[in-house]
Design a binder for this molecule. Structure first.
Ligand code: P6P
Length: 345
């Protein structure tokens, strides 16, 4: 009997999944020359995400709902959770040892940390602390999106604007947290895309989706049909094709649009599909932000085998001119994107 219990215990231990911290340290062991700064930065973001998750999960219970009474740089009502999430990410990155500065959807300009440790850090981080915040009050999934670059200015100096205005192709890591039916952190480096699900019983993100690959084909198309008549004729033509595929014998295409990009793009990354936020007559550049919304997802999706463009060029090749610039955005399964491109070219 004792032997059986010991064997069961060993099996349970062996089946133990890797936590985010263990995974990043394991990756570090494979690169002895690595300083561990990137691993440390990713763990810092994981810590902030756990703290944000606690507040998101009880948003309906405490007076954290409703507007913070402020207007952010986008001219949008700032929800208290936006402010909380922004402050958590800024604090952990500032008090860590891996980040020289941040840029955030919630802050007008970049923030270069001026203490000696931060100035000697290798990376800068850009983030949308809580994307989809308009959905907070109705309990729809929301998310955090982040992007990491190696700074182009020398270590020891204070980070400058050029550290933040790098093309997406230069990202060293990118990721997102989706606060949904479960809370998942997904991040990519050039070595691959891995997903970690938060286990509340131990308060750790645990490796649940190793080596995520975006299916080359999909059956889901995501777009806000409310703007249909404002889209470019070629975009309308492609959407029409999707609708016809959806109508033909009841499938196989289906339209899914949550109105929270992290949730829509995450679903399409896992299941296959295409997400579109095109420019319109009113907003030719669309709504989504290049640096901290489109670039991170484009990096993740390309590493996973998918594609992302602004309708003319790969998102990752765009040279940013300002922190909060917008871009039309098309992202998803390789073959669906190539079909779309055949209409847009
Ligand atoms: P619309 C949320 O506000 C957001 O920035 C994205 O998460 C989402 O995909 C998009 O806007 C939805 O915008 O105009 O379709 O409501």
């Amino acid at each position: 009997m004792l032997l059986l219990i010991q064997t069961l215990a060993m099996n349970i231990v062996n089946r133990q999944v890797l936590t985010l911290d263990e995974f990043t340290i394991q990756q570090l062991r494979q690169f002895p020359q690595a300083t561990g700064e990137l691993s440390g930065l990713l763990r810092d973001i994981g810590l902030a995400a756990k703290r944000i998750n606690v507040e998101v999960n009880k948003a309906g219970l405490v007076d954290i709902l409703g507007d913070a009474g402020e207007i952010n740089v986008q001219g949008e009502d700032v929800k208290k959770l936006d402010v909380f999430a922004n402050n958590q990410l800024t604090a952990v990155l500032h008090h860590g040892i891996s980040c020289a500065g941040i840029a955030s959807e919630e802050i007008q300009d970049y923030v270069a940390f001026d203490d000696e440790v931060s100035k000697n850090s290798k990376y800068v981080c850009l983030f949308d602390p809580l994307d989809g915040s308009g959905n907070i009050d109705v309990n729809v999934s929301i998310g955090t999106i982040f992007s990491v670059y190696r700074r182009v200015t020398s270590k020891g100096s204070i980070a400058t604007r050029e550290d933040f205005l790098q093309p997406g192709r230069s990202q060293v890591a990118a990721g997102y947290v989706v606060y949904g039916s479960s809370t998942m952190l997904v991040y990519a480096t050039r070595r691959g895309v891995n997903g970690f699900t938060l286990d509340p019983s131990i308060g750790e993100f645990c490796l649940s989706h190793p080596g995520i690959k975006c299916p080359e084909n999909g059956k889901i198309y995501s777009v806000n049909h409310g703007n249909f008549f404002q889209y470019d004729a070629r975009v309308k033509q492609y959407i029409d094709v999707c609708q016809k595929k959806a109508k033909a014998d009841g499938g196989p295409y289906t339209q899914r649009y949550i109105g929270s990009m992290v949730a829509d793009v995450h679903r399409n990354l896992i299941k296959g599909g295409i997400f579109m936020y095109p420019g319109t007559m009113d907003k030719p550049k669309g709504k989504l932000r290049l640096l901290y919304e489109c670039n991170p997802f484009a990096f993740i999706t390309e590493v996973a085998g998918g594609k992302a463009t602004d309708g003319k060029q790969p998102i990752l090749d765009i040279k940013p001119m300002e922190l909060h610039q917008r871009t039309p955005f098309f992202i998803g399964s390789k073959n669906m994107m190539e079909e779309l491109e055949s209409y847009l070219s």
